[in-house]
Design a protein around this ligand. Structure first.
Ligand SMILES: [Zn+2]
Length: 120
């Protein structure tokens, strides 16, 4: 999975809405009955959505299996993984929806999220 391409692609997508917001805002200024609020909303929402997606993809990219194995080497032996919080070996996989195409690996006992992996 190419995280940089996904992040830059979504930032460009949000950038389009930001530009639309700028145009709406500028065109509404000085016009009687103009609504700069709509342009401002486009700008704020596009920045918020872009930032949220960027941070989410960064989290999925960095907190992967290799990161977990490096952080908790005592919890990863071969292909056996255990929870760093409660030492349980009951690890469950949950698909994260909202078009993230990622899965969270959770502890079945305490519910802690251990790491993330892309959907295959
Ligand atoms: Zn646990």
């Amino acid at each position: 999975m190419n995280y940089t391409l996904r992040k830059v692609g979504f930032a460009a997508f949000c950038g389009l809405f930001f530009i639309i917001g700028c145009v709406l805002l500028v065109n509404s200024l000085g016009v009687e009955g103009g609504t700069p609020f709509i342009g401002g909303m486009f700008m704020v929402i596009s920045i918020a959505a872009g930032t949220r997606y960027w941070l989410l993809m960064t989290k999925f990219e960095t907190k992967n299996y290799a990161w977990y194995a490096a952080q908790h080497p005592e919890c990863v032996q071969g292909d056996r993984v255990q929870c760093a919080s409660c030492s349980s070996r009951d690890i469950r996989v949950r698909n994260l929806m909202n078009k993230t195409f990622h899965r969270a690996h959770l502890c079945g006992k305490c519910g802690a999220t251990l790491y993330y992996s892309p959907e295959v």
